[in-house]
Design a protein around this ligand. Structure first.
Ligand SMILES: Cc1ncc(CO)c(N)n1
Length: 221
C-alpha cells in the first residue's frame, strides 16, 4: 500500500463522503441540474487560483530541486491545463475569465483553500502535499471511475467535457506523478508517530471536498 492508499483507509468515512457524494452520483447519471454544475465550476475557478498559490508555497517549502519540480508540475497543471476547461465552459455561459475572477468566493471555497494554505504555512512540505492529495489525486480517481461507469455513452453525456478532462491522459499523468511524489516524500519525512496527524489532515481536506460538492448542489436550490 502506498501512502495515498494508507491515508484513504485511515480516513475511509471522510473519503467515501467525498468520492460518493450525491453531486457525483447525479453527474454520473446526467441528472445533475446545470445550475448546480455552474455554481460549482465558477467557484472551482476561484478555488484553482488559491490552489495555484498553494503549489507556489510548495515550491517555497521545497529544499530539493526534485520537490520544486513536483510543485511546479502541480502549478502548471492548474494554470496550463485545468483552467482552460473552466474558461471554455464558463465562456459558453457568457462568463469571461475577468467575470470569474471578480465573483465573490463562497464560504466552502474560502474554507477549503485557506485550510490547505494554512497546512502549508504552519506545517512542512509533507503536510501541504497531504492536504493537496484529495484534490489532484482524488479528481483523477473520480474522473476515471465516472468514465468507466458511463462507457461509450460518454460521447453524448451532458458532462462529457468535465469527466473527459479528469479521466484524460494528461490529468491522469499529473495525478500519477503527484501520487508517486507523495509516496517518496512520505518515505523521507514521515514517521509512524506522525501518521495519525496526517490522516486527520487528509480526512479534513476530504470533508472540505465533500462540502464543495454540496455547495454546488445547494446552488441549484
Ligand atoms: C474542489 C476541487 N478539488 C479538486 C480539484 C482538482 O484539481 C478541483 N479542480 N477542484
Amino acid at each position: 500500500m502506498d501512502i495515498f492508499d494508507r491515508l484513504k483507509v485511515a480516513a475511509a468515512a471522510d473519503w467515501a463522503a467525498y468520492v460518493e457524494h450525491d453531486f457525483l452520483r447525479q453527474m454520473g447519471d446526467g441528472s445533475l441540474p446545470q445550475a448546480a454544475f455552474r455554481t460549482y465550476l465558477a467557484q472551482d475557478y476561484l478555488f484553482l487560483i488559491q490552489f495555484a498559490r498553494a503549489y507556489a508555497l510548495a515550491t517555497y517549502k521545497s529544499r530539493t530541486l526534485a520537490d520544486m519540480r513536483a510543485a511546479k508540475a502541480g502549478l502548471s497543471a492548474i494554470l496550463d491545463l485545468e483552467m482552460d476547461l473552466h474558461i471554455r465552459l464558463c465562456g459558453r455561459w457568457g462568463l469571461s475569465p475577468a467575470d470569474l475572477e471578480a465573483a465573490p468566493e463562497h464560504q466552502a471555497t474560502v474554507a477549503y483553500t485557506r485550510y490547505v494554505l494554512d497546512c502549508g504555512q504552519s506545517g512542512d512540505l509533507l503536510d501541504l502535499h497531504v492536504a493537496l492529495a484529495p484534490c489532484v489525486i482524488g479528481y483523477a480517481e473520480i474522473g476515471a471511475r465516472l468514465a468507466a461507469a458511463i462507457g461509450p455513452a460518454l460521447e453524448s453525456h451532458p458532462y462529457r467535457e468535465w469527466i473527459g478532462e479528469y479521466a484524460g491522459e494528461a490529468f491522469q499523468n499529473v495525478a500519477r506523478d503527484a501520487r508517486r511524489h507523495l509516496d517518496e516524500l512520505a518515505a523521507r519525512a514521515m514517521t509512524e508517530r506522525r501518521f495519525a496527524d496526517l490522516a486527520a489532515l487528509f480526512g479534513k481536506a476530504s470533508r472540505l471536498e465533500a462540502d464543495f460538492w454540496q455547495m454546488g448542489l445547494d446552488g441549484a436550490r
